[in-house]
Write a protein that binds this ligand. Structure first.
Ligand code: SF4
Length: 377
């Protein structure tokens, strides 16, 4: 019987020329993520899903590990197309190995034998048709680390653009200049999961801090709309000092970058750390505001964090968007994207009209998804 590795290795294409170079002795170097792995013939990179065969790099293509419709607020994007439906898809694999990963069943495929998630074959146009038929405003590569499967995302995003959908990544941000240039024509929104501001902690997760900081700066310079999320974990990334350095860095890139600080709960291999409390979120949010960030949000605790679910004008404090969890209860941004009270521009990507929220909860798409996707066995 075919193993998951056999199955995934059969659903690949040669990597985009922009995302790898050929080295001596049939080796290649991959630029799809910040690891920039040199890969010998017959070997795979750190992510396990990109591999060198015959001196060529191959990348995952032609399947999804899951697809789901989410409110855009779940991603979270709070300053883009509020109330819209985000059609989300993911593949398998990741370049990091966070012990608290909430998507470990898909992200740790091929690394952890317990991570078993069925893959389903699908054509890019089928996914986009499905997104349109569900009423989605955008399509999002998420669940696994999308950078390592960028070719597949771009194949889908090209169809999405033709269908007038926006496109987004929900990513750990461990990118390279090459992969960001490759994505640039096709992507509108990018959420970076900034997990810590400590080099040692990033080593524990299998990465480095600097490529992630470079990604945030570069995305902002490119004009791609960026929001940042930090899962607040007691004893890991919640010291005043670390949060101050993190938020001062973000404010230095732009005080208009929204920062979401969200609550940890025990998951995967991290079961002995206390859950994040509302008080811990409020303290972190205060630090973010002190550092100069104008839009600070606290997530995962609907109703427990007061004003930190809402968007207010940074100039006059007028309430612009009221939220409870993913549900929007009021929307007051003008068609031009301004505060209705003082006229200040509200940074973000806004539609001219708020078309009401399609859903405030995730759901698995209706047919024809189930008939158009073929299970790979
Ligand atoms: S995506 Fe990252 S981890 Fe995977 S092969 Fe390329 S550089 Fe290595």
């Amino acid at each position: 019987m075919a193993t998951l590795k056999d199955v995934l290795n059969a659903n690949v294409r040669e990597a985009a020329p922009a995302l790898y170079e050929k080295l001596d002795r049939n080796r290649v170097r991959c630029y799809s993520c910040g690891h920039c792995c040199p890969i010998a013939e017959g070997q795979a990179g750190v992510c396990k899903v990109r591999f060198n065969q015959g001196g060529k790099l191959f990348a995952p293509f032609g399947y999804v590990g899951g697809a789901q419709c989410d409110p855009i607020e779940k991603k979270p994007f709070f300053h883009a197309y509020s109330g819209a439906l985000a059609y989300s898809f993911g593949m398998l694999g990741c370049d990091l190995h966070c012990s608290y990963c909430q998507n470990w069943v898909t992200s740790q495929a091929l690394r952890d034998p317990r991570a078993v998630s069925p893959a389903m074959r699908v054509e890019p146009e089928t996914l986009v048709q499905e997104a349109v038929s569900q009423g989605a405003r955008l399509i999002v590569s998420t669940y696994n680390e999308p950078l390592i499967t960028s070719e597949w995302a771009v194949a889908i995003f090209k169809h999405a653009k033709a269908a007038r959908l926006a496109a987004a990544f929900v990513s750990n941000g461990n990118a390279t200049p090459q992969v960001l240039e490759y994505l640039r024509p096709w992507i509108d929104l990018y959420k970076v999961d900034l997990k810590s501001f400590d080099e040692q902690h990033y080593h524990q997760l299998g990465g480095r801090l600097q490529p992630i900081l470079d990604t945030i700066r570069r995305l902002h310079e490119m004009g791609i709309w960026v929001e940042i999320v930090t899962l607040l974990i007691a004893g890991f990334n919640d010291s005043d000092e670390e949060l101050t350095r993190m938020t001062e860095f973000l404010a230095g890139v732009s005080p208009d970058i929204p920062w979401h600080v969200t609550a940890f709960h025990a998951d995967y291999k991290m079961n002995d750390t206390e859950d994040t409390t509302p008080e811990m979120l409020l303290r972190a949010a205060e630090i973010g505001k002190r550092s100069g960030l104008r839009y600070v949000y606290a997530g995962n605790m609907p109703g427990a964090v007061g004003e930190l679910e809402n968007t207010r004008c940074a100039e006059c404090r007028e309430l612009l968007i009221a939220r409870h969890g993913y549900r929007i209860s009021a929307y007051r941004i003008t068609p031009e994207g301004n505060c209705p009270s003082c006229g200040k521009v509200v940074p973000g990507r806004w539609d001219r009209a708020f078309r009401k929220q399609i859903t405030s909860r995730p759901y698995v798409p209706r047919s024809p998804l189930s008939t158009n996707l073929t299970g790979i066995s």
